[in-house]
Design a protein around this ligand. Structure first.
Ligand code: AMP
Ligand code: MG
Length: 340
């Protein structure tokens, strides 16, 4: 996939579905209609494609993305369903409902798509074009709204083109979307179900099925993009390694692990307990794709500190540095921090 793709807009016919699936499986970015808003899709299992997706949206951070799947059986391969999740999924899927659940151990979704979290947001959309593309690809699609960061969510292909021309490979035009607001997000983790974001599925419908009031997330926050309260800091909390992070490390001390960037390693690298390079050639898309999986791999028993080489702040570097700074923050303050 080229750095500056030509964006093609095609009508949603049988041929378009095949092209969309082909583009996605090659790591490309495809905007398509769901019943809520147009989504910007990438193969959820391809970390490089996910990194390109964040770059195309121009986000200054890595917000965890919703994994879209064809049905609840496929969703079970990604996420663990408790009884509340079973109930609401059986009733409202396919539909404008996203569930935040624990990830399965074998979850194939790239760490970057879930921002390194142990939870995952999943949805079965109810739009024939989205469903056909999912079926044709045969795997999960990570798809945030198909707009530039800070802009409103698009409900037509023309909105998408205005925002993302030259940044994505393909737009499948399936006409205006019907719901027009984002999906309702509910977390079904250990305790009671929590409403993380109001959306296209009314709260009263959920409460009818759950047989009681749906608790609001204890700490709501405002999403700059959706202009609506969403996931609380605690739930969408950032990935934090057990080891301390030494940012902008210019040398490595004995016993430390090294998270490198670029071709030239700092003094003491040969003493490192383990070295992993975000991108030997200094490529920020490659670095983003590797960020969370490398951090996890270096966060191993016996390693008290991970030395992190400086990463430039341009392009995806801003989001990479944002996540590194959060991962390096002291635990107490980290717990209160709001995720973006
Ligand atoms: P969008 O795709 O633009 O509708 O936004 C998806 C929303 O889902 C974001 O605001 C995320 O914060 C939220 N989200 C995704 N994954 C998680 C998760 N694992 N825990 C909590 N919130 C999540
Ligand atoms: Mg959005």
């Amino acid at each position: 996939m080229t750095a500056e793709p030509t964006t093609r807009v095609i009508a949603a016919d049988a041929n378009a579905i095949g092209q969309a699936a082909h583009t996605l499986s090659a790591g490309g970015l495809v905007a398509f209609p769901t019943e809520t808003v147009y989504g910007l899709g990438a193969d959820a299992t391809n970390a490089t494609a996910i990194a390109r997706l964040y770059a195309a949206k121009g986000r200054p951070d890595f917000n965890p993305l919703i994994a879209h799947v064809t049905d609840i059986e496929t969703a079970r391969t990604l996420a663990v369903f408790n009884s509340e999740a079973e109930k609401v999924a059986a009733t409202f899927w396919p539909g404008p409902l996203t569930l935040v659940l624990r990830k399965t151990l074998m979850c194939p979704v790239a760490e970057l798509a879930t921002a390194g979290l142990d939870t995952i947001a999943v949805r079965v959309p109810n739009h024939p074009v989205a469903r056909d593309i999912l079926r044709a690809l045969g795997g999960p699609i990570a798809a945030p709204s198909a707009n530039r960061s800070g802009h409103v969510s698009p409900t037509t292909a023309a909105h998408v083109l205005a925002d993302l021309r030259g940044r994505i490979e393909l737009i499948v035009d399936g006409g205006p979307t019907s719901v027009g607001v984002e999906s309702t997000i509910v977390a079904c983790l250990d305790g009671r179900a929590l409403l993380l974001r109001p959306g296209g599925l009314p709260r009263t419908e959920l409460e009818r099925v759950l047989g009681g009031a749906l608790a609001d997330a204890p700490e709501m926050r405002i999403d700059a993009e959706a202009d609506a309260p969403i996931a609380p800091g605690m739930l969408a909390s950032h990935y934090a390694p057990k080891a301390k992070l030494q940012l902008d490390a210019r040398r490595v001390n004995a016993g430390e692990a090294l998270l490198a960037f670029g071709p030239k390693l700092p003094p003491g690298a040969e003493r490192a307990a383990r070295v992993l390079n975000l991108s030997q050639r200094g490529d920020l898309v490659e670095a983003a794709a590797n960020l969370f999986s490398h951090l996890r791999a270096l966060d191993m028993p016996g390693v008290a500190k991970i030395a992190v080489m400086p990463v430039p702040h341009d392009g995806l570097g801003e989001a990479i540095n944002d996540r590194l700074a959060r991962a390096a923050a002291p635990r107490e303050s980290a717990a209160h921090e709001r995720d973006e």
